[in-house]
Design a protein around this ligand. Structure first.
Ligand SMILES: *[C@@H]1O[C@H](CO)[C@@H](O)[C@H](O)[C@H]1NC(C)=O
Ligand SMILES: *[C@@H]1O[C@H](CO)[C@@H](O)[C@H](O)[C@H]1NC(C)=O
Ligand SMILES: *[C@@H]1O[C@H](CO)[C@@H](O)[C@H](O)[C@H]1NC(C)=O
Ligand SMILES: *[C@@H]1O[C@H](CO)[C@@H](O)[C@H](O)[C@H]1NC(C)=O
Ligand SMILES: *[C@@H]1O[C@H](CO)[C@@H](O)[C@H](O)[C@H]1NC(C)=O
Ligand SMILES: *[C@@H]1O[C@H](CO)[C@@H](O)[C@H](O)[C@H]1NC(C)=O
Length: 826
């Protein structure tokens, strides 16, 4: 094609020849004349396009009215309407200059050739060519706009691993918006919401992940095998991506003008232009429920959809719009969440049926009755409400307290309800919101007159969300997948019956937290050249960093040498990126550039549990220790028992338990963990021994099958270490490691013996094992609970050990009884 000079369009060698600096220049003042028109058909025009008052972008648009933009050079940095120029410099660089001063955009090309030309083809591709560089044969393409798409993909333009589409901010604002179409590191084409504060993948549906079933990832019909990562829309209206996603327009087969755009509302649509008609018509849209696009309705609001009236966002009762013109900013409460340790936050709960808030769970609490779930939420400052459902078939309750109300979605037929937390004193009018105003954005939405109702149960077969699940499953031969899922869950949930899958729709991955890709130079800058080391682990060194938006983060730089570096990296990224729980470390992003592999995490002000335990100056007080034990157990329970993401950590130790500013524990470092899949669930395709001496379960040593009980064992050791202040390997107090090296009993044996002997000389066995650094400042009953639970966890025989959710129950019931004075008694 490049050699066919017929196709080469108009060469612009304009009237600026007098200049010695550039070959030609387009000026913003001559909007009408200074344009490049494609040839031979003049389908496209390139030039300065007004995007605001006295603000212009260099852009390509369809020549035919209505002008439709397909590409922009400087979408985020419009130039002034005076003295701005696009110039082809003698050096071969095409540069856009703002008001005769600074260069805001350029192709960064350089050549010594005298024969550089700029062409606009009838495909819509703007190309900078060098005719002379290689006399023997071909013309060399120095730069082309097809390699730098904005929100539009034209027929024949290839989306690659290095490019992506980013939506516009709104229908009228062309600057970069919140949605992105891209290939991820698993070779899958995805759509992601990248909001100002959070980001998450929403297509393909995050609860249908790849690789869950070990056969190449058919959870969502995508293949992860083909790493070419290319996607293209052909001239006939067929879109095909290397991950096996395909799509046909409704007018497939005919030659028409078409364009594929990622619109500002997060949907991907194809539009066609029929000669003889005077407008674009939509000829296809990626299959995507309009309300499953994340970020559409901001915090404290929820999305509803009706085919007739379209998508709509509504505030929760008692909330009003931040900006009624911009739903994505969400709603703020009309009341105050008064909550600190002094003021007790008296609350009541308002039932809102059929509403689901995706992600941001405080945790999952299996078989918590309504009352238990309500009590739990009432006791938590950060709890904004909770999701509660009941499956009659399994006689099983589900309780998900929520710390943020995001990704709200109204789904008629959704099994279960949302219970919004309101101050006890709040007005009754929240329950009787303004009558629904269909045309406007009025607070209250469809909630209507709601009271506490019976939790009714809809038969699964009639259920819309189940159908939806089956639609996907069916499309992929996934019935089998469903069966495996169920059998698998039944097998591995220790005889606990599982709620029907439809119940769990939207929860199975309780969050698919997204993450951002960073460049190496960005992270190098953030860490000031990797200067402040804050930790060191098996995988690499952790540095403190500050991102460009002033957010403080921990950046883990993985060792570059190891061969398995990349697979370890991807394992870590894909596992952590999908989990979101207050007791699991949050991953904000990653960088994979050349040999560099970095992960960006939340920064934890108080370092690791190991650091806190070995500090002589600052003794970790008892209430914090108890809370750390409980939180860690919650985090692990979440890892183990969110069935689709059945994950073992395999390296639980105090170095991997981090503490935030409030001493809330967060489990970190999943580098050694592995998603168990079907093929190795029974046994040891774990080829290497994982973990750390002192914390490893006997199964590793005796080569027995590895289950979640290995983490339970390690957890037990950590708890023993935390309450006794003794190191598990030497049995010596950590702070006296050097001094007292003759004392070498193993920790577990030592504690067991103390317990067996019982009280001695007037002091109970727990008094004898407690960390002496605490003195007498600890709650004896809590200490006894912790010690007993820890000893159960370190039983040699794995079937005798409790599972993590049983641990949570034991510790939690206990702490609740203490706090709420028996409120929770059953
Ligand atoms: C010219 O093109 C030929 C064949 O494409 C290539 O082998 C040669 O290296 C090129 N020469 C220069 C100077 O780029
Ligand atoms: C477009 O949106 C961006 C980002 O929100 C904003 O900074 C800019 O001022 C907007 N431009 C116009 C013309 O409204
Ligand atoms: C991708 O699609 C082709 C054609 O439909 C099929 O033959 C192939 O098995 C698919 N690959 C995967 C990994 O699903
Ligand atoms: C990978 O995808 C590309 C583009 O769709 C295709 O040409 C190639 O044959 C695929 N490779 C394999 C191994 O399937
Ligand atoms: C869940 O709790 C209910 C009532 O508390 C009880 O009847 C039921 O057996 C429990 N189900 C399971 C699976 O434990
Ligand atoms: C409904 O919304 C429209 C448009 O925002 C507004 O003009 C009208 O006053 C509203 N009606 C009521 C009853 O609030």
């Amino acid at each position: 094609m490049a050699s066919s000079t017929l196709l080469l369009a108009l060469v612009i060698l304009h009237n600026f020849q007098h200049s010695t600096q550039y070959s030609f220049s387009l000026s913003v003042e001559n909007l009408k004349e200074d344009v490049i028109v494609s040839s031979p058909k003049a389908t496209f025009t390139a030039g300065f396009y007004p995007v605001g008052e006295n603000a212009y972008c260099f852009a390509i648009w369809y020549t035919q009215q209505p002008h439709t933009l397909v590409w922009m050079a400087n979408r985020d940095q419009p130039v002034n309407g005076k003295l701005s120029t696009l110039s082809l410099l003698k050096t071969g660089n095409l540069a856009l200059t703002d008001a005769g001063q600074s260069i805001v955009w350029s192709t960064n090309t350089i050549t010594s050739s005298k024969q550089v030309q700029l062409h606009l083809y009838d495909t819509g591709n703007l190309v900078l060519l060098d005719n002379q560089q290689n006399r023997s044969s071909n013309i060399v393409v120095l730069w082309q706009s097809f390699d730098f798409p904005t929100n539009t993909l034209l027929p024949g333009q290839i989306l690659t691993k290095n490019t992506n589409l980013v939506s516009s901010r709104s229908e009228t604002n062309y600057s970069s918006g919140f949605y992105k179409l891209f290939f991820d590191f698993e070779n899958v084409l995805r759509l992601m919401y990248q909001g100002p504060r959070v980001s998450s993948v929403y297509w393909p549906d995050p609860w249908l992940q790849n690789n869950n079933f070990g056969n190449g990832g058919t959870g969502n019909g995508r293949s992860t095998y083909n790493d070419s990562r290319v996607a293209v829309l052909d001239d006939f209206g067929y879109f095909v991506s290397s991950d096996n996603f395909t799509f046909r327009t409704s007018d497939y087969g005919t030659l028409l003008q078409r364009r594929l755009t990622l619109d500002h509302d997060g949907s991907v649509r194809v539009f066609s232009f029929n000669d003889g008609h005077d407008k674009w018509t939509m000829s296809g849209e990626f299959h995507l429920h309009p309300c499953y696009v994340h970020g559409i309705c901001g915090p404290n609001s929820y999305c509803s959809y009706e085919p007739s009236s379209g998508r709509k966002c509504s505030c929760l009762p008692g909330h009003t719009w931040v900006d009624s013109q911009d739903w994505s900013q969400g709603c703020t409460p009309n009341f105050q969440h008064l909550c600190n340790s002094n003021t007790k936050y008296e609350s009541r709960f308002l039932r809102i049926p059929d509403i689901d808030f995706y992600g941001y769970d405080y945790g999952y609490f299996g078989n918590y009755t309504y009352q238990q779930c309500e009590n739990l939420c009432s006791q938590l400052c950060e709890c904004k409400g909770f999701q509660h459902s009941f499956s009659e078939a399994n006689a099983f309750f589900q309780c998900y307290p929520k710390t943020h109300l995001l990704n709200g979605n109204s789904q008629p037929g959704f099994m279960g309800s949302f219970f919004l937390r309101l101050p006890l004193s709040s007005h009754d009018e929240y329950e009787n919101p303004v009558q629904n105003n269909r045309s406007g954005l009025v607070c209250g939405g469809d909630v209507g007159n709601v009271k506490m109702l019976e939790r009714s149960y809809v038969q699964g077969e009639e259920n819309g969300s189940l159908k939806f699940m089956l639609w996907f499953a069916g499309a992929l031969g996934g019935i089998e997948v469903m069966c495996i899922f169920l059998v698998w869950c039944l097998l591995f949930r220790n005889n606990r019956t599982l709620p029907s899958s439809a119940d769990r729709q939207g929860y199975v991955l309780a969050a698919a937290a997204g993450f951002q890709k960073f460049s190496y130079s960005e992270l190098k800058q953030a860490t000031k050249g990797f200067s402040e080391e804050i930790g060191r682990g098996a995988g690499g060194i952790v540095y403190k960093g500050v991102l460009s938006d002033d957010q403080v983060v921990a950046i883990k730089r993985l060792h570059e040498v190891a061969n398995q570096g990349e697979s370890e990296f991807l394992a870590e990224v894909s596992i952590i990126g999908r989990l979101n729980h207050m007791n699991l470390i949050g991953m904000l992003g990653y960088c994979a550039e050349g040999k560099h592999r970095l992960l960006v995490y939340e920064y934890m002000e108080n370092g690791s549990l190991a650091q806190n335990l070995s500090s002589n100056s600052n003794v970790l007080e008892w209430s914090k220790r108890y809370n750390i034990a409980l939180g860690t157990a919650r985090g692990l329970a979440y890892l183990h028992e969110e069935c689709l993401e059945w994950i073992l950590h395999c390296d639980i130790k105090p170095q991997n338990i981090l503490l935030d500013s409030e001493y809330q524990p967060k489990v970190a470092d999943f580098g050694l963990s592995k998603l168990l899949n079907r093929n190795n669930v029974n046994n040891s395709s774990f080829s290497r021994i994982r973990g750390t001496r002192g914390y490893m379960a006997p199964e590793w040593v005796y080569n027995l099958s590895i289950t979640s009980k290995v983490d339970v064992y390690s957890y037990g050791i950590v708890v023993l270490e935390m309450i006794t202040g003794r190191s598990p390997t030497t049995g010596v107090r950590i702070t006296e490691l050097e001094a007292e090296s003759d004392h070498r009993e193993r920790l577990v044996t030592w504690v067991r013996e103390k317990k067996m002997k019982g009280s001695e000389a007037g002091s109970s066995w727990v008094d004898q094992i407690i960390d002496p650094a605490l003195g007498s400042n600890y709650a004896k009953n809590e200490m006894e609970i912790l010690a007993r639970v820890a000893l159960e966890c370190v039983e040699e025989e794995k079937n005798v050990r409790p599972n993590m959710s049983q641990v949570v129950e034991k510790l939690q019931n206990h702490s609740m009884h203490t706090i709420v004075d028996g409120l929770n008694k059953e």
